[in-house]
Design a protein around this ligand. Structure first.
Ligand code: 5MM
Length: 332
């Protein structure tokens, strides 16, 4: 178990963070199509290669969260993606949930699946090189109506069950209960829901005897809803986000990482910087860093357009954004 604590700490090493390259097949194809790029397994491989083989990424990346398909694919030079990452000192991880479906009891809310057969899948992911895992639950805000207590508790229970199974398999679990940005709620309502969500998760973690020194938390920042018409300052986001985390996350947790959740690349960078600065002032107990997908990939995808002649420019844009986000994670 001690080993897991070390891996978790390495993933939140100062000045480094995670690339979330774990879009499911449907989401990856949607992303490619959005940028006018053909979908399908070979273009998804090239898409992954663009980011995972970008020279210099290892200066800023501690780990990459992969999707199952990518774990078994190879880079342009024929190296398996997990081996390529390992050779650069980047820890490979894997998203292990099987996605969401509407809850039977509350049709506007989602529950995450994937516990059946998980232990067996983890054995093969580990053999393929994965050293950490991620499970995403999705929590929706709708005024005071959502989330329901039932959705919070059921998703928390499944997150804790997953974490227990992952630790038993020798893999660090990242618990990601994403509170969605969509909606017209206030930043303070987001703060309240993030707090309640994380409290439910850590109560379930306690119930199921998960070692909280060997997990990481992946969370949204506390922001006004995307349809609220309100734009929060980075300082406001930092204050509200840290209040939620301090109220709900035990200090023994080795680290907290943020998702970008639909923020622009600049917003996700500026808000992370403000959080890092405020966390230093408050002497927050955990290292905090990024685990972004869209905010790290968007600019590069727009330049790439699926064309080999654009790879160098796209990789340059990726490394430039990555360097800015990594600096922001240290308050710079
Ligand atoms: C919230 O999504 C996670 C972080 O991405 P952003 O920084 O873009 O918000 C991300 O890791 C997500 O879990 C994966 O992309 C998988 O998503 P799907 O929808 O394919 O299961």
């Amino acid at each position: 178990m001690n080993n897991l604590n070390e891996t978790a700490k390495a993933l939140v090493a100062p000045g480094k963070g995670l690339l979330a390259a774990d879009e499911s097949l449907h989401t990856a194809d949607k992303r490619l199509t959005e940028y006018g790029i053909e979908a399908g397994p070979e273009m998804r491989r090239q898409y992954r290669n663009l980011f995972l083989a970008a020279s210099g990424a290892e200066q800023h990346l501690s780990g990459v969260i992969l999707f199952e398909e990518t774990l078994g694919q190879t880079a342009d030079d024929g190296t398996a993606f997990p081996a390529l990452l390992k050779a650069h000192g980047i820890v490979p991880g894997i998203k292990v949930d099987k996605g969401t479906e509407a809850m039977a009891e509350s049709q506007d809310e989602l529950i995450t699946n994937g516990l059946i057969g998980l232990a067996e899948r983890l054995v093969s992911y580990r053999a393929q090189g994965a050293r950490f895992t991620k499970w995403r639950a999705v929590i929706r805000i709708d005024g005071d109506r959502l989330p329901t207590n039932h959705a919070l508790l059921e998703n928390a229970k499944r997150l804790a069950s997953y974490a227990h199974i992952a630790q038993e398999a020798g893999l660090v679990p990242i618990l990601e209960p994403e509170v969605l940005l969509g909606g017209n709620h206030s930043r303070l309502r987001a703060k309240e829901v993030i707090t309640e969500t994380l409290k439910a998760v850590f109560a379930a973690v306690e119930d199921q005897a998960v070692d909280r020194t060997a997990v990481l938390v992946k969370t949204a920042m506390a922001l006004s809803g995307s349809e609220s018409g309100k734009k929060d300052t980075p300082e406001e986001v930092a204050e509200s986000t840290l209040e939620a985390l301090i109220a709900a996350v035990p200090k023994e947790v080795p680290g907290i990482v943020f998702l970008s959740g639909g923020q622009s690349a600049d917003q996700a960078t500026d808000n992370l910087r403000a959080i890092a600065l405020r966390a230093k002032e408050m002497d927050a107990p955990w290292p905090l860093t990024f685990s972004y997908a869209r905010a790290l990939q968007g600019e590069a995808l727009a330049l790439w357009q699926g064309k080999s002649e654009h790879i160098a420019a796209a990789q340059e844009a990726f490394i430039s954004r990555l360097a800015k986000v990594a600096a922001a994670s240290e308050g710079r």
